[in-house]
Structure formats: C-alpha cells, structure tokens
Write a protein that binds this ligand. Structure first.
Ligand code: PEP
Length: 248
C-alpha cells in the first residue's frame, strides 16, 4: 500500500475555457495539502490551458490511441497529450469500454503506448451490477486486470482504478467490506502478474466518491486514493475529498 494518497478528478465531457477558474481554485486547495497527489483529467481541449493554469497538481488525459500516428480520425496519440501538458492518461474507463467497445487488448496496447511516450497510466476495471449479483465481481475484475495488464509494468507509472460500473454517477457506493475484498483481490492479482513491485502500485476506488464518504472509503485497506467524476467538477466539491485524503 502506498503512503501518499492519489486523488484524480475525471471531468469527462465537461469543461469549457470558462471553467478554468475551477482548476485555479482546486490548485489552491491542492497546494495547501502537499501530502496528497492530486490530479485533474479535463477534456482534451483543456489540457494545455489547465496545465498552464496550475503547478500544484498533475493534468492527465481521459484516453489516447495506441498507435503513434496515422489514419485515426478524431483520435489523439500519447505524444500529443504529452505535448499538450498531460503527464498520464486514464485508460479503459467503463464508459469507453461500453460506448466505444474498448477491449482489454486495446487497453493493454494503450498502456504500453503511454509508457513508451514517458507518461503514466490509470487502468480502470470494474464489474456491472448483473455481474456482482451473479457473484462474479472478483472474477470479472481480475480478468479485466490480467487482459489489460501492460508489459514492463511498475508503480512508477502504473495505477489501477477499481470502479464498479453500477456505482459510477449513481450516488450508490459499495459496502466498505466489498471494497476491501475487491482491492485485496486486485493486490493479490497484481502480485501474480508482476511479483514484488505489486505492493507499491496504487489502487484507487472510483464510483460516487464525495466529500461525505471519502474519509470512510480512503480508510479501507489497499485503497490508495480515489478516481472522482461528478464531485471533481468544482473546488467546492473536490476540495473536501483532497482534505479527507490529507487526513487519511
Ligand atoms: C468515474 O466516472 O470515474 C466516476 C468515478 O464518476 P462518479 O464519481 O461521478 O461516480
């Protein structure tokens, strides 16, 4: 388990230039809590401006292509997001797995592409409600992890985010005991996939984390931080999560 908590905001398809003031306000809160590694992933159109608006936390992308360049209309490469100012990318978010039909093999290729470009990666895994109800949650999540696990993985650039699909944007959060069971299973699987370095890989929890539940979630063993959607959009909502991480 890592010592420093990692709190990452995923703005999804939200944010115009007018919202950059939120980045500045979040940066002030992050600067006041240097024991926390904070980051925001704005839409790709705001990466460059967000990176120049703050030095208190990292700016990431929400996705990138696995190829270096070529005929992929509408896509951006790892080198492009890096040049814009991103230092890492979220990969394999469940919304992309569902909407863009992303496969584990593509996510693995994307992770290897961002690593080759000198960037970090947060690989997302998580079960649907039907899979949980069928008692398959651990099996599904560990299968996604194995299928999307990149070569040459180590904790200096790789983070895993456990995001139960049914908890994303719904206000529903798993029991702490279920989060604990899943994060332990992910840690165990990381051990099998990469050996010794597994303990240092940060495992984030994501799914309706907010200022009211962050302290409890961040206290769960093997929860090294949070991936936050809706509650990352304003300093008013994101600030209390950074504060909870600083106190954890
Ligand atoms: C997410 O989509 O990564 C997420 C965790 O969203 P929310 O916090 O809104 O549930």
């Amino acid at each position: 388990m890592a010592n420093r908590k990692y709190i990452v905001g995923n703005w999804k398809m939200n944010g115009l230039q007018s919202e950059l003031s939120d980045i500045s306000e979040i940066a002030s809160i992050a600067a006041a809590h240097p024991s926390v590694d904070a980051a925001i992933c704005p839409p790709v159109t705001l990466i460059a401006s967000a990176a120049s608006h703050n030095s208190a936390f990292a700016i990431g992308a929400q996705d990138c292509h696995f190829n270096e360049k070529g005929a992929h209309t509408g896509c951006v490469s790892a080198a492009m997001i890096k040049q814009a100012g991103a230092s890492f990318s979220i990969l394999g978010h469940s919304e992309r797995r569902a909407d863009q039909h992303e496969t584990d093999a593509e996510i693995k290729a994307k992770a290897e592409a961002v690593h080759a470009a000198g960037l970090g990666a947060i690989i997302c895994v998580g079960e649907t409600e039907e899979e949980r109800d069928a008692g398959k949650a651990v099996h599904v999540v560990c299968g996604q992890l194995e299928g999307s696990f990149p070569d040459k993985a180590d904790s200096s650039w790789l983070t895993i985010a456990y995001e139960p699909v049914w908890a994303i944007g719904t206000g529903r959060v798993p029991e702490a005991s279920d989060v604990e069971e899943m994060h332990a299973a992910i840690r165990n699987k990381l051990g099998k996939l990469m050996g010794e370095g597994a303990d240092a890989v940060r495992i984030l929890y994501g799914g309706s984390m907010n200022g009211g539940n962050a302290a409890e979630l961040l206290a769960v063993p093997n929860v090294d931080g949070g991936l936050v959607g809706g509650a990352s959009l304003t300093a008013e909502k994101f600030g209390p999560i950074i504060e909870a991480a600083a106190a954890a």
